[in-house]
Design a protein around this ligand. Structure first.
Ligand code: PLP
Length: 453
């Protein structure tokens, strides 16, 4: 099909995730046709540096021959295997053991799903299953945060706290899911320093526990660094202090590491290595296969397994997917992890990430730029109408999209989220590519400012 036919068919037949009906009909889509490493090519052969890493996921970069070979070989060997009850396959077993080795603390159990949303959904179900097995049937409430993103199934979107995503045309679980303040220091109440803001957030959590009663709260769900809510690194000590409150109140701590795991911020998992937190449950996906194939995993502690697996010999975990532990996806994940280890990509993210942070901070001097924040290969620029008051543009202006369109013209892909531009490049990005990203993004912001005045 030529481009014009593809565009017509796209508009006519494919309802994309997060489709905005009107603008999609007007503007259509950017049709990508090829990728090598950190670069993408569209159907007219124009090339782009992909500073978004697909959708926070192409950690080792695309187009790797050995990934293609591994996947092809597994398809030849065993393209599918039933995972239910007592059926297994070698790639899934080996991957589960590998994840248990990489995960912190006593997290040694793995439940496979198809992506991040299903990993979170499984965590949600596991939390209730565990509390019910312990006889704590009143422990039903979930605490999460405004600004958190946890996926698109009914449960995961209910736990999500991004106001822009919770539109009134959809329904959500609302009676047992509670959202506390977003730990975004840039938007902290006026006059608070970072320590005071952290105290305020911890106090708010304690108040919610007092209000609901610890015996009614099942779990806390949180991304160690909020991703699509605006790349928000919480105040120092916030994650650890909330985790301690969870432990003190018998509340399960669920770390949603769908974005932060597998090297994005320089660690296999950010919870323990970056924040000193040992979660009870970790959800992951994305960088697990670097986007080569869909796969999600819910990792959980031996303590939870012990409780759910003993006591009633008739009990079984009545949850799972046709594609849980898919052998080809698991083989791809194993090869992906091997590449991250062999190429020492975690160390690379630490080194190049420091340079990326430093160079992006230079954009602060530009008009429109209110904040530049993030960690290593997970960064964001927040655009504002007034730098002094931090007033934002109306959402309808979609300032992030203005900027990303102008970046795209210059061969750079950055992701717009309302008034933000977020970046999560492949872990293989080098210093020269950092310079390219900062230069082109800076030009796009300046051009947008000129167009606006
Ligand atoms: N959790 C987090 C933190 C995410 O960022 C995402 C997706 O962006 C998800 C869960 C959902 O993952 P998926 O889109 O693979 O279902």
């Amino acid at each position: 099909m030529n481009d014009s036919k593809l565009w017509q068919a796209d508009k006519r037949h494919w309802m994309h995730p997060w489709t905005h009906f009107d603008s999609f009909q007007e503007e259509g889509s950017l049709i990508l046709s090829r990728a090598r490493g950190n670069r993408l090519w569209d159907s007219s052969s124009k090339s782009y540096f992909d500073a978004v890493g697909g959708l926070w996921c192409t950690n080792i970069g695309l187009g790797r021959e050995e990934m293609a070979e591994t996947i092809a070989e597994q398809v030849r060997q065993l393209a599918y295997a039933n995972p239910f009850v007592d059926m297994a396959n070698e790639p899934a077993i080996t991957l589960a053991a590998k994840l248990a080795k990489l995960a912190p603390g006593d997290i040694n159990r793995v439940f496979f799903s198809c992506g991040g949303s299903t990993a979170v959904d499984t965590a949600f179900r596991l939390v209730h299953f565990y509390q019910n097995c312990r006889g704590k049937r009143d422990k039903k409430h979930i605490i999460a945060r405004r600004g958190g993103y946890h996926g698109s199934t009914y449960a995961a979107m209910s736990i999500t706290g991004k106001s822009g995503d919770k539109i009134p045309e959809f329904d959500y679980i609302s009676d047992t899911i509670h959202h506390l303040s977003c730990p975004n220091f840039y938007r902290a109440p006026q006059g608070m320093d970072e320590q005071q803001f952290c105290d305020f957030l911890v106090e708010e959590f304690q108040q919610k526990v007092d209000e609901l009663g610890a015996d009614k709260i099942a779990a806390f769900f949180a991304e160690p660094i909020l991703g699509s809510g605006g790349v928000i690194v919480p105040p120092a000590d916030y994650n650890r202090r909330i985790w301690e409150l969870c432990r003190a109140n018998d509340i399960l701590y669920v770390a949603d590491e769908v974005v932060t795991a597998f090297g994005r911020v320089g660690h296999w998992f950010a919870s323990e290595d970056m924040f000193g937190v040992q979660p009870d449950i970790i959800t992951c996906a994305k960088g697990l296969t670097s986007g080569y194939l869909p796969l999600g995993a819910t990792l959980f502690s031996d303590r939870i397994y012990e409780v759910i697996s003993t006591g009633d010999s008739d009990r079984y975990f009545a949850s799972g997917y046709t594609y849980s532990g898919h052998p080809v996806a698991c083989a791809a994940a194993l090869k992906n992890i091997e590449i991250i280890e062999r190429e020492n990509l975690l160390q690379r993210v630490v080194e190049v990430g420091a340079y990326f942070e430093e160079r992006l901070q230079t954009l602060r001097d530009l008009p429109l730029v209110g904040d530049v924040r993030g960690k290593r290969f997970m960064m964001c620029v927040e655009n504002v109408r007034n730098k002094a008051t931090r007033e934002v543009f109306p959402d309808s202006l979609n300032i992030g999209k203005w900027i990303s369109d102008r970046a795209e013209e210059r061969g750079l892909i950055v992701r717009p989220i309302v008034h933000l531009n977020v970046m999560s490049p492949p872990l293989t990005m080098d210093h020269e590519e950092v310079d390219f990203v900062v230069e082109k993004l800076g030009q796009a912001i300046e051009q947008t400012h000129r167009d606006l005045v």
